[in-house]
Design a protein around this ligand. Sequence first.
Ligand code: SF4
Ligand code: SF4
Length: 394
Amino acid sequence: MNHNDALLKEADRCVKCGICLPHCPTYKLTQDEGDSPRGRISLIQGIASGALDSQRAHRHLDRCLGCLACQSACPSGVDYSRLIDGYRATRSQTRRQRIIHSLITRLPYQGWSRIGLWLYTHTGLRQLLRPLIGKKMRRLDDLLPNRARLGSWRPRYPTSSPKQGRVGLFTGCAGRISDRPALDAAIAVLTRLGYEVVVPENQGCCGAMHQHGGDPTSAERMSNVNQRAFDNQGLDAIIYLASGCGAQLTRHPFAAPLYEISQFLNRCHWPTECQLNAMDCTVGLHSPCTLKYPLELTNEPEQLLRRIPDLRLVCLDQIDCCGAAGSYLLEQPAMSDALGSRAIRQVALQQLQFLATSNSGCALQLAREVRQSPQTIRTVHPVELINQSLNNHP
Ligand code: SF4
Ligand code: SF4
């Protein structure tokens, strides 16, 4: 069966009932059938059968976040992920998409470009160049922390406690910079609990952006790189922090089982000397789409944070996709901004000290929105709160 026939066969399972429509963030925003899952499936049917090839149809499909809220709501079991990824794989990537993917996933983490990035974020270069780089590049620049920590991790971190096991830590690509405080917190918590932490130097991007951006061949190559990096390390588990990366990593088998960090911390043994100390604060807990739908791990961060005495948790279940969605925030800026603002408007910010989320893209998007509010709210990964609680001495 050729690629288009396979797409048509899957699309035929859609009975056009419309049950998915109220779950779709883009449809809720525009109320346009073309921006709904049912509409997009019809467009894919038209394109795959050769009956349709219009810019307008492609625009509606490009505006899909790939959040999969529709797939989880569908009573007919339509594999929407297969449809949208399959459709995107039939389109050649634009030059702009290739540049964005390279800038996010490869360039800043290697050799000279890393030094260039350090100079850019630690000297006056950023202030000098920012007004000159254009609106689109400024969005990319917005994602960089003020003084990006770019140093490498050591290949292994021994534990000073009685050893419980040896785990590998997946750092990702952009997460090496944006998730740095969370990754450092994860190393601190895991070693404290008795795990030796291995951070393979030769690991790379998970490939999610390529998989969902129409380049499954590159995604496959990246997956092979990660398998080679982790599979001969004698690990008991491989741990990831960003749910967007986790959803991609779980598509391929590794020699050791994969765990999201909260999932791992909820299951491992906590020695009696590792007490979580009280934190008198209110935390809004955001659940990224990748954690909710493909991974189905929504309850894990909540369960973990409820262990911290005195911490008041507000689960922000009412928030739809925040509009980050991998490179979507750069490729569809208007929709992404509208989704981000709508998401944050649904949160009573005035009561929060922290906004916790388990995905780096969502953290960047929500942090940008939160910065525009008068409240001082820190956007964190749940593991940063766990580390802070472990170190809070009464
Ligand atoms: S995708 Fe599923 S829920 Fe949506 S219209 Fe088709 S059959 Fe109905
Ligand atoms: S993946 Fe998300 S944005 Fe795309 S059609 Fe489904 S619900 Fe809508």
